[in-house]
Design a protein around this ligand. Structure first.
Ligand SMILES: Cc1cc2nc3c(=O)[nH]c(=O)nc-3n(C[C@H](O)[C@H](O)[C@H](O)COP(=O)(O)OP(=O)(O)OC[C@H]3O[C@@H](n4cnc5c(N)ncnc54)[C@H](O)[C@@H]3O)c2cc1C
Length: 491
């Protein structure tokens, strides 16, 4: 029998997963299809900031910044295991913007943030040696707050909460084609199923226009694909703070602590296809140069230990400059103009930070056309594993309760799973219960959890997205992990 759903969501990035969560919590029956892995595309390739976007103030995008700051406050409370507040140092030597403008921008940023739990901005002080010492000219500048997120895991936690509330999540399943048949969509999936849905959501990220083409629908607006790349280099400085560097071309680049190293990004390069999300030598040189202008520790492309690139699918609002195109999202509802026709909602743009808000709006829009009842369901909802005390306290509780995890593994796992560790380790009494160490502390019990609870299907899903352990493994260890995985979870 053909399966029927209220909503079929195409795309398991942050936006598709957040919409699935909001829909499931509204009691709708949901199928989410993702042709690769959850967060396999843009949503694991971001700068990993939960932020208002200080630089959007320069484009007078106050609404976007205020909304994102409201979401920042919510997310910091809802996922304290995978999101951590971070201080950002904004050096002002040789800056391209006047001092008063930056100071005013930061006041505005704090003010738009409303009642916030993060520390407010201030000028750099003589005592801020840890902030200024790594810089070539570090005496003048500011410090402000934003937050850092594990973007892949936030996507998975959205999917997990959706699934726990009835949604079906189908990874490695492509929407091949779909056609409208009056009040329903009839869709063919790559797993051989034909399904129907009362509404279709196009959350295909950089493939949003390609999917519209597949459905035979002409989008009223265009999408601009803009590539952004990051490099990772051995630690440029000590400390858990980040830097926001102003460059001569008026762009800004972040330097952020990442897996014991330093992440530097991003670039803004128009591209033609989603598949062009690959860093090139020019971008590597640009990012090295950006860091070298500010830090005493100099780097060359030879220092780069890893990279990632993503493509922003931005709504084409006609701006001539890639970095000035709006970062706000646009939800386009297509109902063919006839009452009773099954709606199609397409998502253009967006941010990791604003996905929950986007999802709330998406479900409200769909409900208007299908007559379903929608209420905001996730505003104060904590993500799976998020009910923990302040992180340092939680970590000491974890170490006391499961002493055999060891220092490094307990910290990594406390961040990754939060309170869900209780479920994962419920029957484990000593280190042997974790199973074999498959590399850098990732044991069998975790790998099985990733497969059974987090939709990891191939080794890369586990090593590079559910965890970042893959960054530390030798070629031999990776091969051994792959053998273990493929033996235990044959495809
Ligand atoms: C370089 C860069 C830095 C960024 N930094 C930040 C940041 O610091 N903070 C922030 O808040 N935001 C940031 N963003 C923005 C944020 O990453 C994106 O807005 C967000 O990840 C987009 O999510 P998405 O779900 O729309 O798209 P994606 O994550 O790309 O997901 C779309 C999914 O659809 C799937 N798909 C496509 N077609 C089909 C089909 N036919 N069938 C099934 N599945 C299909 C794809 O496989 C893909 O997984 C950044 C973006 C970039 C590129």
């Amino acid at each position: 029998m053909m399966q029927s759903y209220d909503i079929l969501i195409v795309g398991g990035g942050i936006n598709g997963a957040a919409i699935a969560r909001e829909a499931a919590l509204n009691g709708l029956s949901v199928l989410l299809v993702e042709k690769g892995d959850l967060a396999g595309a843009t949503s694991s390739a971001s700068t990993k900031l939960i932020h208002g976007g200080l630089r959007y103030l320069e484009y007078y995008d106050f609404k976007l910044v205020a909304e994102a700051l409201r979401e920042r406050e919510r997310l910091v409370k809802a996922a304290p295991h995978i999101i951590r507040p971070m201080r950002f140092v904004l050096p002002h030597e040789n800056a391209v913007r006047p001092w008063w403008m930056v100071r005013l921008g930061l006041y505005l940023y704090d003010w738009l943030g409303g009642r916030m739990t993060l520390k407010r901005s201030r000028g750099l002080r003589k005592s801020d040696v840890a902030y200024t010492a790594p810089l070539k000219n570090g005496a003048r500048g500011f410090v402000y707050s934003d937050a850092f997120v594990d973007d892949s895991r936030l996507t998975v936690l959205n999917a997990m909460d959706a699934h726990d509330n009835g949604a079906e999540i189908a990874v490695r399943t492509e929407l091949v084609t779909a056609r409208r048949d009056g009040a329903v969509w009839r869709a063919t999936l790559s797993d051989g199923r034909d399904v129907t849905a009362r509404a279709l959501v196009n959350a295909a990220g950089p493939w949003v226009a390609e999917l519209l083409g597949r459905l035979g629908i002409n989008a009223s607006a265009g999408v601009r694909l803009v590539k952004g790349s990051h490099i990772v280099v051995p630690r440029l400085y000590e400390g858990d703070h980040a830097y926001i560097l102003q460059l001569a071309d008026r762009r800004i680049v972040f330097a952020i602590p990442y897996q014991g190293q330093t992440e530097i990004g991003t670039t803004d390069i128009p591209v033609d296809r989603p598949e062009d999300a690959v860093i090139d030598a020019g971008e590597i040189a640009y990012l090295c140069d950006a860091a070298n202008q500010h830090f005493t520790r100099q780097i060359t492309p030879a220092d780069v230990t890893s990279t990632w690139s993503g493509v922003r699918p931005l709504y084409d609002d006609g701006a001539s400059d890639a970095k000035a195109v709006t970062r706000d999202y646009v939800l386009e509802l297509d109902t063919l103009g006839d009452a009773g026709e099954a709606p199609l909602l397409s998502v253009f743009g967006g941010k990791i930070t604003t996905a929950r808000h986007l999802a709330e709006e998406a479900i409200a829009k769909i409900a208007l056309t299908t007559g379903a009842r929608a209420r905001p369901a996730t505003r104060d909802r904590v993500f799976p594993g998020g009910v923990i005390p302040e992180f340092a306290t939680y970590l000491s509780q974890v170490r006391e309760r499961w002493p055999y995890l060891g220092a490094a593994r307990s910290e990594r796992m406390a961040h990754a799973y939060g309170a869900l560790l209780q479920d994962m380790l419920a029957k484990v009494t000593d280190i042997h219960g974790l199973g074999v160490d498959l590399g850098d502390g990732l044991t069998e019990i975790e790998a099985r959890w990733m497969y059974h609870r987090e939709w990891a299907r191939i080794p890369e899903d586990a090593l590079m997205r559910r965890s970042k352990v893959g960054l530390c493994l030798t070629g031999e260890q990776t091969a051994a992990f792959e053998t273990w995985w493929n033996t235990n979870f044959p495809s």
